[in-house]
Design a protein around this ligand. Sequence first.
Ligand code: 5GP
Length: 213
Amino acid sequence: MTPLLVILSAPSGTGKTTIARALRTSRDDVGFSISATTRARRDGEEEGVDYFFLTANAFQRKIDAEEFVEWARYGKERYGTLASEVRRILDSGKHAVLDIEIQGARMVRERVANVVSIFILPPSAEALQERLAGRSTEDDEALAARLALAVEELEAAPEYDYIVVNEDRAQAVADVAGIIDAESHRASRLTDLDATIERLGDELENLARSTKA
Ligand code: 5GP
C-alpha cells in the first residue's frame, strides 16, 4: 500500500469531525494528524487526542521553530499541522489524514505532489446552522462568524479532488473510505514505499521551512 496524504475540509458544523472519528475506528490503515490550536478546549475534547491546545505564545514558538507543515488563522484563532505528526503517521505506513480548513489545504496542495483532497458538503444550509447552534460553547457572535466563514469556505469546494455530501453519516464515511481505497490503488502511485515515504518526508521538511512566518 502506498501511504497517502489526504486532506479533509468542510465548513465547521458539517459533521467532518464525526466522519473522521468513524473512519478512525473502522480503519486501522488511517492515521489522523492531531493539529495544534490556540482555541479553547470544548467539552469532551482531550489534550493530545483532539488537538494540542496551545497558548498564543507557545503556538508562535512552534512557528518560529519551523515545526508546522502549514498553519492558518481561522476566525480569531490559529490552527496548524505539525510536521512531526505527519511523519509519525507516514512512518507507521498509514495514510495520513489532515482535517484542515481551506487556506491550509491550499498550501499543502500547492506544495506537496499527489495529495488527495476531499471536501465535505452539508446536506443543507439549515442542517449546518442547526449543528453550529447546537454547540453550547458558541455564543451568538461566534455562531454568526462561523456561518459567514462557512459561506466563504463553500466557495472553495471546486478546488478539491472529491466532494462528499454528508446527508447520511454512514454513507459519507463509506464514500471517504472508498476514495482513499481507489486512490491508493492508482497505478501511478504504486511506487516503492520507502521512496514514497522519503519523498513525502523531504517535501514536508521543505514545506515546514517555507511556511515560517
Ligand atoms: P474547530 O475549531 O471547529 O475544531 O476547527 C475549525 C477549523 O479549523 C476546521 O475547519 C478545521 O478543519 C480547521 N483546522 C483544524 N486543524 C487545522 C490545522 O492544523 N490547520 C488548518 N489550516 N486548519 C485546521
